[in-house]
Design a protein around this ligand. Structure first.
Ligand code: PMT
Length: 313
């Protein structure tokens, strides 16, 4: 009520948020998912997993403390909602998908730390299923792959909880789901993965670079991962249409950054990446210089097609 001192955790959260306003994620919108989705069997039972939400909540708080606007889409957990974060509570994988699709429309990154159930009962019973004398067989269907199907111009980061072939399995998921980064969790150790306060992870990027981190708190893992997200968001990705007149579209907030940068252009095309050295004829990287340059590229690289991406490194 009025005049009552707020909870110490809330006060600390608010202070961290204010202090982080000019952090390296200021002006960015980061969407984080957390917890294990619950897929109903009947009104009282559900299928779920051991995710506590700790990893996702640590990420949400870390992103908030670095100045980001954060939306946390969370399946049920016993954790308090972080202060200064927009929290959307969901139950099922389908609800999580809907929420993620809505909030990523104008976001800069999606980090899916949630353990989304891979299967759900084909049909949830309307009434409580009575205990019978024989066993019960449930028919299951696949849930939607949220990360693999969500569309948009933002950095996608996935987690992979693995008990064997950590790196290979995670790398496969990174490729399948079109991710910028994947965080492979070793869930065989007692101090890492589901429910723990610490984690031992390996971060893999789409170029195949692997970084194995030692055991550390989930908050520290969150910060190490966000360092990589910051690095990626500093890379300028320009989407160009080469069908007719080459045109470029800058993603939100990247235009000023783009004109200041110099470097090598990597063209991501259907036939693989092509590195193109700087063409001194167009000696500026501003939007006009790049438009002229794209015309030159189109002429000299007829293999480029509409929708190919041009990445400035
Ligand atoms: O919550 P904690 O107790 O702190 O534990 C953390 C954690 C172990 C749950 C978390 O760090 C983790 O590893 N989450 C991913 C769990 C997992 O195994 O995901 P996956 O391998 O099934 O899926 C790979 C990626 O695709 C994940 O980012 C997942 O969120 C996403 N996914 C999965 C299935 C699905 N239908 N849609 C998805 O988007």
């Amino acid at each position: 009520g009025l005049g009552r001192l707020a909870d110490i955790k809330d006060i600390i959260g608010s202070i961290c948020q204010v202090l982080g306003r000019s952090g390296d994620l200021a002006g960015k919108h980061i969407v984080v998912t957390a917890g294990g989705t619950q897929e109903p069997i009947d009104p009282v039972r559900y299928l779920s997993n051991r995710s506590s939400g700790k990893m996702g909540y640590a990420l949400a708080e870390a992103a908030r403390d670095r100045g980001a606007k954060v939306t946390l889409v969370t399946a049920p957990t016993s954790l308090p909602e972080p202060v200064g974060v927009d929290v959307i509570q969901v139950g099922t994988a389908q609800e999580m998908r809907q929420a993620v699709e809505n909030v990523t429309l104008r976001s800069d990154a999606l980090i899916m730390a949630a353990a989304v159930a891979d299967y759900r009962p084909l049909k949830a019973a309307k009434d409580k299923i009575k205990k019978g004398k024989t066993g019960l067989t449930l028919e299951l269907e696949c849930t939607p792959d949220i990360l693999g199907t969500v569309k948009g111009n933002f950095i996608k980061v996935g987690f992979a909880a693995e008990s064997s072939n950590l790196v290979e399995n995670a790398r496969e998921k990174l490729k399948q789901k079109g991710l910028a980064l994947i965080v492979a969790n070793d869930i065989t150790a007692g101090d890492s993965g589901f429910g723990t306060d610490t984690n031992r992870v390996t971060i893999i990027d789409r170029e195949g670079k692997i970084e194995s981190l030692p055991l550390m708190s989930k908050r520290k893992v969150a910060d190490r991962l966000l360092d990589k997200v910051v690095g990626l968001s500093e890379e300028t990705i320009v989407y160009c249409s080469l069908r007719e007149e080459p045109r470029i579209g800058f993603s939100k907030g990247q235009e000023p950054l783009f004109s200041k940068r110099k470097g090598t252009l990597i063209l991501e095309t259907a036939i693989g990446n092509i590195t193109v050295s700087y063409n001194p004829k167009y000696d500026e990287f501003g939007p006009r210089g790049v438009s002229k340059w794209l015309k030159w590229l189109k002429k000299n690289h007829p293999e480029l097609k509409a929708g190919d991406k041009v990445r400035l490194q």
